[in-house]
Design a protein around this ligand. Structure first.
Ligand SMILES: C[S@@+](CC[C@H](N)C(=O)[O-])C[C@H]1O[C@@H](n2cnc3c(N)ncnc32)[C@H](O)[C@@H]1O
Length: 212
């Protein structure tokens, strides 16, 4: 499929999708105005997908790795139970102010907890039993995040993993190192008999992984 056809397909889906809350449109606009790499944000279609999965699961505890400006965390928070909590980890301390500013626009702000630091250090400090996890940080560390997380997710818990196609570079004959890490991660979860995995070609590829 050509890039043009792909763009038209995505536009058709967005045109036929329940729109995100108004504050998320503000968050997206502000991210484009204030950051150097706004394309890192999940975006409208993937954001609605995250929201839908969360609303279907009704999680009590959500963990996100890679907050950026807080957009995807806000989408995941939409499905939280009234007594639920979302934890999100971001390594860049310069993003703290904009994340909190964005979260304060939403009705979920009291249920959202930001952790500034390296997820490899912070994951072991947050107590487990996560019903829903979203991995969207350093691609070469996906397997390490997963190793730290897997025992904190009970049976029935779901892990969503972004960028598993990495701009289709996983299809190349001589992939670069970052791509090799993603390919190794995709194999690792496929070979883990504790899991069921469905990689979906939404945007840059997102895997839904269910703990049996
Ligand atoms: C693709 S962006 C996340 C986008 C965000 N999930 C969204 O959709 O709005 C990846 C983020 O992960 C952060 N990051 C990278 N390595 C990290 C690590 N080891 N621990 C925590 N955050 C990390 C980066 O600073 C960046 O803000």
């Amino acid at each position: 499929m050509s890039k043009q056809q792909e763009d038209r397909r995505a536009k058709y889906c967005i045109d036929h999708m329940t729109p995100p809350p108004v504050y998320l449109q503000q968050v997206e606009r502000n991210t484009y105005l204030k950051t150097m790499a706004p394309q890192m944000l999940a975006g409208t279609l993937q954001g609605r997908f995250l929201s839908m999965i969360s609303r279907l699961l009704r999680p009590k505890r959500v963990l996100e790795i890679g907050t950026f400006t807080g957009y995807s965390a806000l989408c995941l928070a939409e499905g939280l139970r009234p007594d639920g909590t979302l934890h999100s980890i971001e390594i860049n301390p310069e993003l703290q102010a904009i994340i909190l500013q964005h979260w304060h626009l939403s009705p979920y702000k009291a249920q959202m907890q930001l952790h500034i630091g390296d997820a490899l250090d912070i994951i072991p400090t947050i107590s487990g039993n996560f019903d829903l996890v979203f991995i969207d940080a350093a691609k070469e560390l996906y397997a390490k995040y997963y190793d730290l997380l897997i025992d904190k997710i009970p049976s029935g818990g779901v892990i969503l993993v972004d960028n598993i196609l990495w701009d289709d570079k996983v299809l190349e004959d001589r992939p670069d190192r970052e791509t090799q890490s993603i390919m190794a991660f995709n194999k690792k979860v496929l070979n883990d008999t504790r899991l069921e995995v469905v990689p979906l070609p939404i945007r840059d590829g997102i895997s839904i992984i269910r703990v049996k």
